[in-house]
Structures are given as structure tokens and as C-alpha cells.
Design a protein around this ligand. Sequence first.
Ligand code: ATP
Length: 197
Amino acid sequence: MRRIGFFGGTFDPPHKGHINAAVAACDILGLERLLLIPTYIPPHKTRDGNGATAAQRLEMTTIAAKADPRFLPDAREIERGGNSYTYDTVMSLKAEFPQSELWMVCGSDMLATLGKWYRAEDFLKEIKVAAAPRAEGELEDMRQTARLLEKNFSCEVRLLEIEPIEVSSTEIRRGGCLQALNEIAEYIQKHQLYVGK
Ligand code: ATP
């Protein structure tokens, strides 16, 4: 059965940590495609007031998606508007790819809260989850979380045991551009993003 993955995020901006986890997910799980889906309004986090617009985040996600032929930017959450519930996204992916096995890729912080997301019980029945560490030394905690999710939701959670790249979009917005992707750094510069508003 073909495997399709999706990787949601604010992507404000996308960075090397995202690409590292995304490539690993494709390699380890044998994903045919991985959809990079920028959220419109993320229900799981508060955004600071200095962020890029949804259109700019989609453009940056499109640039980042050029890093690997298996990546595809996907605008469904931005086009849908409102709160970007993963439940809705999973239902729309299921309708689009009825014959495929769907994998959700996420980082350790998202794995930790996953059980509390809107209608988690309903969408975890429909997908499998792959989670990557964001920092050294997280795997043991992640294993416990994964076991708990598997027990509570009868779902499958795979850990991607990769060497993490410790970076966040927040750091890049604050000017620490070390782990920014080159083309994204150019985009940030060109559009004067994240300069104190
Ligand atoms: P912010 O700093 O704005 O909160 P972020 O760096 O956490 O952003 P998001 O776009 O919110 O990035 O993350 C999207 C997905 O990518 C989430 O599942 C998150 O856990 C994962 N992720 C983010 N950074 C990394 C990283 N360095 N390594 C692995 N996964 C990551």
C-alpha cells in the first residue's frame, strides 16, 4: 500500500530541523509523498505578533519543499481558514487518498500534546504517527509518550531515531539565522520579515 505523509506546522519560517525530520520520515517510512501543510490558525500554540502572513508562510513552505522531490507544499489548511484542526485535515486527506496509508509526521513537542488535540480519538484511528526528537536525549520520554498513546488510542506511533537539529522558528525570527535554509534567509531578507514591528 502506498504511504503518504503529512507534516503540519506554522512554518514561520521553515528551517533545517523541519527538513531533517521530513527527509528522515520519507526514508525510514518509505513515503511516496510528504505534504508540508502550513497551518492557518494553529490551535496548539500562541503565535507572537511578529510573524509572517499566511501567504508568506505558504511561499516559504513552497521554497522549503524544493529540498526533496517527495515533498509537496499543501495549502488546504490556509484555504480552509479558521482554526486548523488536524482532525479536519485528516478527513480531507482520507477522502483524497482513500487507498493510501496516511502518516502524520511531527516533532517531540507535538507528540507530547497529541492526545489532547481536538477529536484525537477520531483522527488517530485513521492515521499512523511518526515523531522525531528536536533535541538530544528526548527519545526515552518520547518512547513513554508513544506507548501511552498506543495504549489509549490503539494507534501506531513510530519514533524516528535521528540525530536532531536543534533549532526553532522562534530563534530564526529573533535573528539567530544559523539553521535557516539559504533560500529562506534570502526570502526573509527580501521581504524584511521579523524586523521588530
Ligand atoms: P516556533 O518556534 O514558531 O514555535 P517551530 O520551530 O516549533 O516553531 P513549527 O512550524 O511550529 O516549528 O513546527 C512544525 C512541526 O515541526 C512540529 O511537529 C514540530 O514539532 C516539528 N519541528 C519543529 N522544529 C523541529 C526540529 N528542530 N526537529 C524536528 N522537528 C521539528
